[in-house]
Design a protein around this ligand. Structure first.
Ligand code: PRP
Ligand code: MG
Length: 175
């Protein structure tokens, strides 16, 4: 409609930027594994794709878990959240390992933001342990174990979504 303000993306609503390097991400995943080691053992890791694939690989390696399954969910088109789409559910064999309710399974994702994605996967596996590397306040109650909390108005930039580029000096007007 004419005169209506354009809808802001989640990233535009998020005033702060929290860029994460590969090195930092690897360190945070290892820290997550230290905490998870107290909770396990786990029969399998369930990665929420795509963002959960990277931490799932690192966590599974550290915990010695060889069975990894995926639940493929998309909601953000870059930074705009739309309807959740389950593109692939949890496999029958992983479901069996978790006794149908997820007991002894570890769900891994890169972060919880609003909690929509995490809530949906928790409904699929109510007895599983849910771990993320980062958490924002709205999604935090859904997560059993996480490493770093950032404010709701922070946008996390992951290393697989970013590249090094020139940044002008402050003197020249860089924010
Ligand atoms: O708590 P929420 O508000 O639901 O947001 C968190 C989810 O959003 C991102 O996934 P995205 O849908 O962008 O897909 P991707 O993992 O393929 O990047 C992120 O990896 C989480 O899975
Ligand atoms: Mg995701």
């Amino acid at each position: 409609m004419a005169g209506e303000a354009p809808e802001l993306s989640a990233q535009e609503r998020a005033g702060r930027a929290f860029p994460v390097s590969w090195d930092q991400f690897h360190r945070d995943c290892r820290a997550l594994t230290w905490r998870l080691n107290e909770v396990g053992p786990f029969h399998a890791v369930i990665a929420i794709t795509r963002g959960g694939l990277v931490p799932a690989a690192i966590v599974a390696r550290e915990l010695g878990v060889r069975v990894i399954d995926t639940v493929c969910i998309a909601s953000y088109d870059h930074d705009k959240q739309g309807e959740l789409q389950v593109l692939k559910g949890i496999s029958e064999s992983a479901m069996k390992l978790g006794g149908g309710t997820g007991k002894g399974l570890l769900i891994v994702d890169d972060l919880v933001d609003t909690g929509k994605t995490g809530r949906l996967v928790r409904q699929m596996l109510p007895d599983a342990h849910f771990a993320t590397v980062y958490a924002k306040p709205k999604g935090r109650p859904l997560v059993d174990t996480f490493i770093t909390e950032v404010s709701q108005d922070t946008w996390i930039f992951f290393p697989w979504d970013t590249a090094l580029s020139y940044h002008p000096p402050l003197r020249d007007g860089a924010a």
